[in-house]
Ligand binder design. Structure first.
Ligand code: GTP
Ligand code: MG
Length: 204
């Protein structure tokens, strides 16, 4: 897929104020600082489109980006950032879960996992919630440029092993680096396939 345009359409603090849309939508979710905004910029090749920060908790709203005028990429706020006030943190998870459960045009969810880390309870808790809610997802192990292929494989294996307890179905997963562009073609391919499949199903 060639990205011809990527425009920030709006930012919403809750599901009710999300823009009404029938365009196929794809969401990026994962713990704070995992690299969601960086991945969005890498996919669109628009530097600075989504705000990136080394300070976790940067993205606090649901940000909608219209791509090629015909689909949407969504940058969701990260979960699990301890320094965000407790009250605010709870409302994050409520509106993110609201969005994931009830956004009717949501076609795919990419859950980002930091490939440098051992399996993190917060990621596993989130994925358990996804599985029990019946929400499908694709795992993206981020920041692959930061470690050796061997170390990366070890962390991925450990994560998938933990996930087996939560879900019988092995997850679809891929690796990415926003620094060198790894994973870009694969993610865009998955998105265009999903869009084509939906168009077929609806007889378009
Ligand atoms: P929140 O908005 O706080 O939830 O964070 P986020 O998930 O959007 O993370 P963000 O894209 O802002 O990236 C966090 C930090 O990780 C930044 O310093 C990025 O430069 C860095 N980073 C993100 N992806 C990569 C990557 O693939 N490789 C490397 N080396 N650094 C990355
Ligand atoms: Mg962000």
């Amino acid at each position: 897929m060639i990205i011809r345009s990527a425009i920030l359409q709006g930012s919403s603090p809750d599901l009710a104020s999300c823009p009404v849309s029938e365009l196929p939508e794809f969401a990026l979710i994962g713990r704070s600082n995992v690299g969601k905004s960086s991945l969005l910029n890498m996919l669109t090749r628009v530097k600075g489109l989504a705000r990136i920060s080394s300070t976790p908790g940067k993205t606090r709203l649901i940000n909608f980006f219209t791509i090629n005028g015909n689909w949407t990429l969504v940058d969701l706020p990260g979960y699990g950032y301890a320094k965000v006030a407790r009250k605010e943190r709870a409302s994050f998870s409520a509106f993110v879960s609201d969005y994931l459960l009830h956004r009717s045009n949501l076609l795919g969810t990419f859950v980002l996992i930091d490939s440098r880390l051992d399996p993190q309870p917060i990621d596993l808790e989130f994925l358990e919630w996804m599985v029990t809610s019946g929400l499908p997802f694709i795992l993206v192990f981020t920041k692959s440029d930061k470690l050796s292929p061997k170390a990366m494989q070890k962390n991925i294996d450990a994560f998938l092993e933990k996930l087996r307890v939560i879900s019988e179905t092995p997850p679809h997963f891929l690796t990415s680096s926003s620094k060198v562009g790894e994973g870009r073609a694969e993610i865009l391919h998955l998105i265009s396939d999903a869009i084509a499949e939906q168009a077929e199903d609806s007889g378009a």
